[in-house]
Design a protein around this ligand. Structure first.
Ligand code: ATP
Length: 291
């Protein structure tokens, strides 16, 4: 069997008296798309920095393709898309991509990379004049040039509007379909739901959940029952009796015993409709991290 793309064993990182990472173990296989979620300060960036060889662990081990991270990075097998730095602002997009391509021994053809990241329409624009979302697509192009097997992205879409985020993830998604392994940290739970088959949730330096994204959502065995009422007053009275969340003319209650919740809901006066939904990733996240 070939070595995992990424393996982390009992990783610990201490800064002074801050324990940023407290015993993280993880193995990622070729072709997986994995989202890293967690509140601010959970240890995501610290973990990814160590994976990228940018920082040394206090203890524990990280291997990329079965060897030390530096080796894989030198060989162009892993690329990073970070939030800041790394762009020469006075060049045009095309010049920058061509110039960086020249620094690799066997780069992908730069035109192909421009195509894949939808940069042709802004090829002649100076990088300085590109929007934040466009600059992130340029970073993504530079990351693709060495044709890496693993791409690591740290909150790549922070601050982008919805359209820019969609365009960014469309190109990322295409790379995943080409079989690349993708690991990304994000604050947007919807990005994990839409793009990652597997989600790892970190909190206070530890992994608190790791599994298929849809299973994490369902892992509480809980569902949400929502009752609809003809008026806001009726909904308010229902909430006073059953608890849960009030929204306009509906009341939602989440719990493991969905039959009991349904019965209690149906017993409420004036109820006109009822629906049952799975717990969202957001609710699971709140439950796991207390955020
Ligand atoms: N160079 C450093 N020196 C001291 N403390 C640090 C350093 N880097 C990170 N930390 C601390 O380590 C903890 C984990 O930070 P980290 O940046 O890894 O979290 P994160 O999950 O990436 O958070 P965010 O979502 O805000 O980026 C935080 O308490 C942070 O303040």
């Amino acid at each position: 069997m070939s070595a995992p793309t990424l393996s982390i064993e009992n990783l610990v990182k201490v800064f002074g008296d801050v324990e940023a990472v407290r015993g993280v173990s993880l193995s990622i296989s070729p072709g997986e798309v994995v989202a890293f979620l967690g509140p601010n300060g959970a240890g995501k960036t610290t973990t990814l920095d160590i994976v990228l060889g940018l920082s040394k662990p206090t203890s524990g081990a990280v291997a990329l393709f079965g060897a030390a991270p530096r080796r894989a990075i030198k060989a162009g097998r892993v690329s990073a898309v970070l939030q800041t730095g790394g762009l020469l602002l006075d060049h045009t997009v095309e010049n920058l991509v061509r110039m960086v391509a020249d620094t690799f021994p066997n780069p992908l053809p730069w035109r192909e990379v421009m195509d894949r990241t939808n940069l042709n329409e802004i090829a002649k624009r100076r990088v300085r004049k590109c929007s934040g979302g466009e600059q992130q697509r340029v970073r993504m192009a530079l990351a693709l040039l060495p044709d890496p097997s693993l791409i690591v992205l740290d909150e790549p879409t922070t601050g982008m509007d919805v359209t820019a985020r969609r365009r960014f993830w469309d190109s990322m998604h295409a790379e995943a379909e080409r079989g690349k392994t993708i690991v990304f940290a994000t604050h947007y739970l919807a990005e994990a739901e839409m793009y990652a088959e597997r989600t790892v949730i970190m909190n206070r330096g530890k992994i608190v959940a790791d599994g298929p994204t849809n299973e994490i959502r369902g892992s509480f065995g809980a569902q949400t029952v929502t009752g609809r009422f003809p008026t806001k007053e009726a909904a308010k009275a229902a909430q006073a009796s059953i608890g849960g969340r009030l929204e306009e003319t509906s009341v939602s209650v989440t719990g493991p015993d969905v039959l009991a919740l349904n019965r209690a809901m149906l017993d409420l006066p004036e109820i006109i409709g009822i629906s049952v939904t799975d717990v969202s990733l957001e609710e699971a996240f709140e439950e796991l991290t207390g955020e």
